[in-house]
Design a protein around this ligand. Structure first.
Ligand SMILES: NC(=O)c1ccc[n+]([C@@H]2O[C@H](COP(=O)([O-])OP(=O)(O)OC[C@H]3O[C@@H](n4cnc5c(N)ncnc54)[C@H](OP(=O)(O)O)[C@@H]3O)[C@@H](O)[C@H]2O)c1
Length: 270
């Protein structure tokens, strides 16, 4: 006789992926689909429907919704799409940047970064994480960033948000371990990656915006494998591994100055 969980899930695993319409999240969703996970995917823009069609090509069940994950209503709407189905993997990836001088930024834009990258992300993780802990199983992948290692001159709020996420991820993992839970939390920390990120953050005229970047599919693969192996964290790419190692022994003022050179508006043509 089928167990209750098998009945609820039709015997299939389910993954929830945020920010799956483009970039790293799109590639994470493809990896989940290739591995046979049914998908619940979300983004803020109708492009998520196009992405969902691609995921369906892998023969899995896909539900796509549009919601602003900077709002509690948006997160609740996404959570409710699971309709009581067991979530085997949560890939909390949605996020965006904001370039420029902090004092000149529109505060609504500033707040949207914090509400998406931090508040919406951890609100969703708390909801799904509670269900996973009660069941005693589940995998959580959080897209942090190497940006969390560096004060982000001309990207101050974004880097701060990723410092929060990187730190939060390790702490939640340790709490679950202490509580004897098998639920794992993995932090994927990419470096500059070829996605819509820099355009959306208004950073295309910066040195980092114009630099050679990592491939989103490669970054996603590293993160996906680390999540499936239950690892605590993974920095994608050798260059970024060196960067984070050096950053951990470099004074914050020096890091802030280095970041200024690559993220100052117009630095692409300096
Ligand atoms: N690209 C990099 O260099 C880099 C480096 C390190 C870490 N990261 C992190 O990687 C993650 C994915 O970014 P990406 O580089 O793949 O950029 P991307 O191509 O712009 O993708 C971002 C995804 O997040 C979604 N999203 C953003 N804000 C949202 C909101 N409020 N509500 C719902 N969906 C939202 C976007 O959908 P909509 O367009 O519909 O809003 C899109 O699907 C982010 O957390 C980012 O901080 C990126």
């Amino acid at each position: 006789m089928a167990s209750r969980e098998q009945t609820i899930n039709n015997g299939r695993r389910l993954a929830m992926v945020t920010g799956a319409s483009s970039g790293i999240g799109y590639e994470l969703a493809i990896l989940c689909a290739k591995d046979g996970f049914d998908l619940l995917v979300v983004a803020d823009d109708p492009k998520i429907e196009e992405a969902a069609k691609q995921f369906q090509n892998y023969g899995v069940e896909v539900t796509a919704i549009q919601a602003d994950l900077a709002t509690r209503e948006g997160v609740d709407k996404f959570y409710e799409t699971a309709r009581g189905r067991q979530v085997d993997a949560l890939l909390a990836n949605a996020g965006h940047g904001l370039g420029g001088s902090f004092l000149d930024q529109d505060f609504e834009d500033v707040r949207h970064v914090i509400d998406t990258n931090i508040t919406g992300t951890i609100y969703l993780i708390q909801k799904i994480g509670k269900d996973m802990r009660a069941r005693g199983q589940g995998r959580i992948l959080i897209t942090g960033s190497v940006a969390g290692f560096t004060p982000g001159t001309y990207s101050a709020v974004y880097n701060g948000s990723k410092a929060f996420i990187d730190s939060f991820s390790f702490a939640l993992r340790a709490e679950l371990k202490d509580q004897g839970s098998d639920v794992t939390v993995t932090c994927l920390m990419p470096g500059a990656t070829e996605t819509e990120f820099f355009e959306r953050a208004g950073m295309e005229d910066t040195e980092v915006g114009q630099s050679n970047k990592d491939d989103a599919a490669d970054v996603a693969k590293v993160g996906y494998e680390a999540m499936m192996n239950g690892e605590g964290d993974v920095v994608s790419g050798f260059k970024n591994k060196v960067l984070t190692t050096v950053a951990s022994v470099t004074p914050a003022g020096v890091l802030a100055e280095q970041h200024r050179k690559k993220a100052k508006p117009g630095s692409a043509s300096d």
